[in-house]
Design a protein around this ligand. Structure first.
Ligand SMILES: [Zn+2]
Ligand SMILES: [Zn+2]
Length: 255
């Protein structure tokens, strides 16, 4: 199983998950043209995609979904709440899933789980090929017991580290946006993310990436020490998902 990022942050998100001939694009918060360019940069022709998965309807996750789906006739997997926010002209392509029921798309098994975020019915995912488990968690304001349990024991994690509490408090966001981002249905701060890493079983981790890092309210240099301390590892072992470049393919392999 392999994974890569087309970019991560409030200006657009897109994550690739690949197993054998199955390639999923999770979210597309870039224009279709920009997404096509980023896909080719990762060596993927858009026509090779098996399906699109959508975590929730915020623009940084769906901007290019409709055009990509129609242009390449790709099925779009979303919860009923998220699907209701996508346009009706995707009717024939929408495949709704239940946030509490796992399902498969060809070679990949997908465990969706609900998260506290200010969208209609947001979901995040654990992907599996039967041998390895890959967890994705972004756009979540608070950690629930369910999140701890599904992300425990993963072989790789892509984990939101959206903001530093002090930078958000002292930054130039309007007060209402500060409350939204820092609230229980907003985004994870660095301490919440690193505390999650301390609590869950990370003994199998081969890869960890910090995701959805705010360009205004955070710095990789603030994330790395907290993640490294939580995982008792070197800073350079921790990956950072870049807004412009994402990160290149990573593979899960036998130890
Ligand atoms: Zn987002
Ligand atoms: Zn969001």
């Amino acid at each position: 199983m392999q994974f890569a990022s087309l970019g991560s942050g409030s200006r657009g998100n897109g994550t690739l998950i690949k197993e054998a001939d199955t390639t999923l694009l999770v979210d597309c918060g870039f224009s279709a043209k920009e997404a096509e360019k980023r896909l080719y940069q990762q060596g993927v022709a858009p026509s090779e995609l098996t399906a699109l998965l959508v975590t929730h309807e915020h623009a940084d996750h769906i901007s290019g979904i409709r055009v990509l789906a129609r242009r390449y006739h790709l099925p779009v997997y979303a919860t009923a709440g998220t699907a209701a926010c996508l346009s009706e002209d995707l009717n024939g392509l929408i495949r709704t899933f239940n946030c509490h029921t796992d399902f498969s798309i060809q070679d990949l098994h997908i465990l969706p789980f609900p998260v506290p975020h200010d969208a209609r019915e947001p979901a995040q995912f654990v992907f599996s090929n039967g041998e390895y488990r890959l967890g994705l968690l972004t756009d979540v304001g608070s950690i629930t017991p369910l999140i701890e349990s599904v992300l425990s024991g993963c072989d790789a994690l892509m984990l939101e580290a959206n903001h530093d509490i002090d930078m958000l408090a002292e930054g130039d966001y309007p007060p209402s946006l500060k409350i939204r981002v820092g609230g229980r249905f907003g985004h994870l701060n660095n301490v919440q993310s690193s505390t999650l890493l301390e609590k869950i079983d990370t003994s199998r981790l081969q890869h960890i990436f910090a995701m959805h890092i705010s360009e205004k309210n955070n710095l990789p240099s603030l994330v790395l020490p907290l993640f490294a301390k939580a995982l008792n590892c070197e800073h350079d072992w921790i990956g950072i998902a870049d807004q412009d470049a994402g990160f290149g393919w990573r593979q899960l392999t036998k130890a």
